[in-house]
Design a binder for this molecule. Structure first.
Ligand SMILES: [Zn+2]
Length: 169
């Protein structure tokens, strides 16, 4: 079970933004820093492997060909700002995406990159919008990209259209 080719898996983890580290003992076959923390796979003398459960979840996505957003270190500061906003916005609005209304997972949880949590400004900073919670909402990365730099009324129209499409399914 788990993954057939650990080196290939390690390359995939790197592609997803995780940091593959040098093993610190002969019993470690994989040591990786991810958005879910530092994860280590051990292998004993008999070749039996021990996987942390969050890495098993990640391996399931790998086996299914679903790319994840796993960066931990470089984006930490930004992620923690997003994380603070996430908490405040969930308390205010609940955890639905502004556009499509389906759940936006916490910035710390591993999800397919299209569905990663982003904090979007209703009135873009580029259009003079304030960088304040009253001008922010939660959205999936994918939905946010569709909205791009639309004006606030256009974003609200897009939101109505996306929600109507979902209801029509
Ligand atoms: Zn969405």
């Amino acid at each position: 079970m788990t993954v057939r080719d650990i080196d290939h898996f390690a390359n995939w983890l790197t592609d997803c933004g995780a940091e593959v580290l040098e093993p610190t003992s002969e019993w470690e076959i994989l040591r990786v820093r991810t958005s879910s923390g530092l994860l280590v796979v051990h292998q004993n003398r008999k070749g039996i492997q021990t996987w942390p459960s969050s890495l098993l979840d990640i391996a399931r996505s790998y086996n299914a060909g679903i790319k994840l957003a796993l960066a931990a270190t470089r984006r930490r500061r930004k992620a923690s700002k997003t994380y603070q906003d996430y908490g405040a916005l969930v308390r205010r609005d609940g955890n639905g995406c502004f556009f499509c209304s389906t759940i936006v997972a916490s910035p710390e949880s591993p999800v397919p990159s299209d569905f990663a949590c982003t904090v979007e400004h209703l009135v873009c900073i580029a259009h003079g919008g304030p960088d304040h919670l009253s001008n922010k909402f939660l959205a999936h990365r994918k939905c946010n990209e569709i909205a791009g730099n639309l004006s606030a009324p256009e974003k609200i129209k897009l939101r109505e259209r996306m929600r109507a499409e979902r209801c029509g399914q």
